[in-house]
Design a protein around this ligand. Structure first.
Ligand SMILES: [Fe+2]
Length: 397
């Protein structure tokens, strides 16, 4: 696994310490990268490392310093637009697809920006600001931790477009294999799902509510590379009946014949990962596939993808399940508000709620997910076409 980013311990009592740890972890993820590494953008969906470092800083500056500093002045007026990701209530934002064109400020200027905001945040910590301040800091930390994962996946995607396939983190290892596939039975019925809100969670995990489930089975582990290869060899990518209509159009248009980071070299399958290019580990979980591919595999295997309710119920009921947090697992559930979900007032209401359209929920966590973000109620979400996250398959039937 990648070293877990150690910034995220809910046990750490002191918010100022957790702040310092989380901020340092972001910079640590970019240590060893060149300035050129940090500025390029591989595709509109992925952001440059430098942008991640600046945007997470913008978040604290905009949502905390601006509200709590008596004499607030922005570090740089231009940054307020440049590093606003998607908050329309805040104002103008630089187009997402053009983040890689921002050669200035330099990486070192962005690090200055980070140090400036960090010092001002520490000054606020020193003057005991109260519950609203702490709650906003918590969101800022959780937000930055989410960007830790994106730094890894976005940067790996950038390296994947370099024909030399350079290594990002030599010490990284794939999730360990699991035992033989077994099917676990769940009786279903009326179940409860969602977070109770007694500890930190994102708004999209609430409210806790009831769902009715038919009896179902869930696979004990993730689909392996060997199993996915059998699907490919059996005409998986050339048989339209396995595919959702849009999925079939997508793989035809993309000329996809394999997971995103697989390479067939002299007849031997290889996988590109953070530790570079290596021979495909057959018993490791298949990664970097779209929801369309996950769905087609399930169809071929005579099974289906779980709903997010099934996944969460199983995760809370059956600890014998393996690899629940080894890769993000596509579900067949559209990313939609839970019954009773309310968008919170203010700009932070834009954090999750407005993305509840045209995306699917992924459950679990991945080897790049910071510790503290792995819980049964966590809802990740991406469009069905997304392949650059560490996404895999757990079957249901
Ligand atoms: Fe963000």
């Amino acid at each position: 696994m990648l070293e877990r980013v150690e910034s995220v311990t809910h046990e750490a009592p002191d918010l100022a310490d957790r702040y310092a740890q989380t901020r340092a972890a972001s910079v640590a993820l970019s240590a060893g990268l060149s300035d050129e590494d940090c500025v390029a953008q591989s595709m509109p969906d992925a952001s440059p490392v430098k942008w991640h470092l600046a945007h997470t800083t913008w978040f604290f500056e905009t949502f905390i310093l601006e509200h709590f500093e008596p004499e607030f002045q922005p570090f740089d007026q231009a940054f307020r637009v440049l590093f606003n990701s998607y908050y329309n209530a805040i104002g103008e934002k630089h187009p997402r697809a053009q983040r890689g064109l921002v050669t200035r400020p330099s990486r070192s200027a962005v690090l200055d920006y980070r140090r400036n905001v960090d010092a001002r945040m520490q000054a606020l910590f020193a003057s005991s600001m109260g519950a609203q301040f702490s709650a906003l800091v918590e969101i800022g930390l959780q937000h930055e931790q989410q960007h830790h994962e994106l730094i890894i996946t976005d940067f790996l995607h950038l390296l994947s477009l370099n024909p030399a396939l350079p290594t990002y983190r030599p010490e990284a290892t794939l999730p360990p294999p699991a035992g033989p596939l077994r099917w676990h039975d769940f009786a279903g019925g009326l179940i409860e799902m969602g977070h109770d809100g007694l500890t930190f969670c994102f708004d999209n995990e609430m409210p806790k509510h009831r769902q009715f489930l038919e009896p179902y089975q869930l696979a004990s582990r993730l689909v392996t590379n060997a199993e996915y290869l059998a699907f490919i060899k059996d005409g998986g990518y050339t048989t339209p009946s396995f595919w959702l209509s849009e999925g079939w159009d997508f793989v035809r248009a993309q000329k996809s014949t394999q997971p995103l980071y697989w390479h067939l070299i002299d007849g031997v399958w290889h996988q590109f990962f953070c530790n570079g290019l290596a021979e495909l580990q057959m018993d490791a979980p298949v990664l970097n596939i779209s929801m369309f591919e996950a769905s087609a595999y399930a169809q071929w295997a005579g099974a289906r993808l779980p709903t997010e309710a099934e996944w969460e119920h199983a995760a809370t009921q059956n600890p014998a399940l393996e690899q629940m947090f080894s890769a993000w697992q596509w579900t067949s559930s559209a990313y939609a508000p839970y019954p009773g979900f309310r968008v919170q007032a203010g700009a932070l209401g834009e954090y999750n709620g407005k993305f509840m359209v045209n995306q699917y929920v992924l459950r679990g966590a991945s080897l790049a997910t910071p510790a503290g973000h792995s819980r049964p109620t966590y809802r990740n979400f991406f469009p069905a076409t997304a392949r650059w996250q560490f996404s895999g398959i757990r079957l249901a039937r």
